[in-house]
Design a protein around this ligand. Structure first.
Ligand code: PEP
Ligand code: MG
Length: 573
């Protein structure tokens, strides 16, 4: 049994698919002249095989994820078809008497350098594609199997060091029934993604990739954070029963999906969902979301070669607004930086990306990019109940600058006679301690707050949210975090504004008790968490929650707070 971080609830039982980086060993020795023909044939066969693989992937991706996502593979096939690539590789094999993989590696490296030094941004970006194609050819020459998550033939549980946003964007989500990763915590990308896909996941397992191999049977208990590899009959039976029980419980909870998030004494609190793409709306509504409290727009920008244009963004935002049928939709402006990069922006490397040019800091530098997004959001606001939210705000000047840009965009739309919601609410995420402390100052100039605990905890506790070895310190129940949250809620109410929470803490049943007591107005979470949180809210009175919050605010340690809350939760069941 292996213990990690419980990242997404439920139980999965299935076969391991190990996602591992295989080392490619290039033979750099000079070859005998009699061997050149063999190397030439190896090269030709590898190119054919690569082309076949890419065409198959392209077709599958186009079918499942649309033509747009498949375009990248066309570009790759074009590189393969380029006669100069073949001519150069063949010349090297013959003239220098080197192996096929060595020749491809040398030619590709030269091409990458040429493309990287070009003035034209578009051409510069082609370097990454050339590298990708080169790596594929070399693997095929050496007979190393190529793993791609777009290409799964049966249901599997992915075991990996970690999954990057680009891994998950490309994967065939129908076939993946669970995740287990070495790295990550509750708020890492893999964890958030697993919750949005509603598949069980355990992360932060340290070395699970070393403990298992392809085709092993694996059990993921995403509720407890436990993984079993090749379990005996007894364990298998036990977990199958648990799995059934869990599925039943979830379906029972979902039956309450149309009941409001309301306490026993009639206090309403809005329970919303966090989404990453318009496709997530289905899960949000199925779990009874009363709105979208956080639409992470960065996924629209990721895993592609260039920026999404205004029209494409407008269509996505409009789709979300329309599908939510008048319920509130909070669109967060681009949050790139930290663990999310856009290669086509060619941003300089940073020592500490989470403390760097991230989110609003980047948007205020890249004004045209920001304006395009704001224009698309404003245009979509004509089709539903949209609100705008700026991420990573740390000073009031940032709010003012962003609003100034927003006003310019509004003015332009008015001049062009394009309709938009003139009274659109504009709020900020509170995820930097300076903003939580200065909440009273911000409350005068924004319409609402949404507390982003995923970052607020990392910046307050000085703990990297991705570092599994510090997950004990990454703690929402540390009194410092609770005090900051309370300060934000109180300051907003004093100014007649409202406060929500969209960090993962919002989806924890025991947190719901305190947050309700502190007077939070909205909780937005992974859709799967809504039914459980709703159950807690519906089983308590506001008054009782206030008493709980008051007691908790007088406690000095997370341990004390958590045991008290767990006891309280038991009495509600
Ligand atoms: C947060 O920081 O709490 C948040 C919701 O934003 P993200 O997880 O996208 O950084
Ligand atoms: Mg954040």
């Amino acid at each position: 049994m292996y213990k990690g971080v419980a990242a997404s609830p439920g139980i999965a039982i299935g076969k391991v698919y190990l996602l591992e980086e295989q080392e490619t060993k290039i033979n750099r020795d000079k070859i005998d002249i009699t061997q050149t023909d063999t190397e030439l044939t190896k090269y030709k066969q590898a190119v054919e095989k690569t082309k076949q693989q890419l065409t198959e992937i392209k077709e599958r991706v186009a079918q499942k994820m649309g033509e747009k996502k498949a375009e990248i593979f066309n570009a790759h096939i074009m590189i393969l078809d380029d006669p100069t690539l073949t001519a150069q590789v063949e010349a090297k094999i013959k003239d220098q008497q080197i192996t096929a993989e060595n020749a491809v590696d040398q030619v590709i490296t030269e091409l990458i350098t040429i493309f990287e030094n070009m003035e034209d941004e578009y051409m510069k970006e082609r370097a990454a594609d050339i590298k990708d194609v080169g790596a594929r050819i070399i693997k095929n020459i050496l007979g190393i199997p190529i793993q791609t998550l777009t290409d799964l033939k049966e249901e599997v549980i992915i075991v990996a060091k970690d999954l990057t946003p680009s891994d998950t964007a490309q994967m065939d989500k129908q076939k993946i029934i669970g995740f287990a990763t070495d790295m990550g915590g509750r708020t890492s990308h893999t964890a958030i993604m697993a919750r949005s896909l509603e598949i069980p996941a355990v992360v932060g397992l340290s070395d699970i990739t070393q403990k298992t191999k392809n085709q092993d049977t694996i059990i993921i208990d995403g509720t407890k954070g436990i993984v079993e590899i090749n379990p005996d009959e007894k364990a298998l039976k036990e977990y199958k029963e648990k799995q059934q029980k869990y599925i039943q419980e979830v379906s029972e909870l979902k039956k309450q999906k149309d009941l409001p998030g309301q306490t026993k004494d009639g206090h309403r609190i809005e329970l919303s969902a966090n989404i990453g793409t318009p496709q997530d709306i289905k899960g949000a509504l199925a779990n009874g979301a009363e709105g979208i409290g956080l639409y992470r727009t960065e996924f629209l920008y990721m895993d592609r070669d260039s920026m999404p244009g205004e029209e494409e963004q407008f269509e996505a935002y409009k789709e979300v607004a329309e599908k939510m049928g008048g319920k509130p939709v909070i669109i967060r402006t681009l949050d790139i930086g930290g663990d999310k990069n856009l290669p086509y922006l060619n941003l300089p490397e940073e020592m500490n990306p989470f403390l760097g040019v991230r989110a609003i800091r980047l948007c205020l530098k890249e004004r045209e990019m920001f304006k395009t997004q704001l224009r698309a959001i404003l245009k979509a606001s004509n089709y539903g109940n949209i609100k705008i939210m700026y991420p990573m705000i740390s000073t009031i000047e940032e709010v003012r600058k962003a609003n100034q840009i927003l006003n310019e965009v509004k003015k332009q739309l008015s001049e062009d006679n394009i309709p938009y919601d003139k009274n659109i609410e504009v709020g900020i995420m509170v995820e930097v301690p300076s903003t939580a402390i200065n909440a009273d100052i911000f409350a005068k100039e924004v319409d609402f707050f949404s507390i982003g605990t995923n970052d607020l905890i990392q910046y307050t506790m000085a703990v990297d949210r991705m570092n599994e070895s510090l997950s004990g310190l990454y703690d929402p129940y540390n009194p410092a975090i609770l005090r900051l949250i309370k300060n934000v809620i109180d300051a907003s109410h004093k100014a007649g504004k409202w406060t929500g929470m969209c960090g993962e803490m919002a989806g924890e049943p025991r947190a719901a008790l305190i947050l309700l007591g502190m007077g939070i107005d909205e909780l937005s979470m992974s859709a799967v968490s809504i039914p459980r949180v709703k159950k807690v809210i519906r089983s308590v009175t506001k008054k009782h929650a206030e008493e709980i919050a008051e007691k908790v605010m007088n406690m000095g340690s997370s341990d004390e707070i958590c045991s008290y809350l767990d006891e309280e939760l038991k009495t509600l069941e």
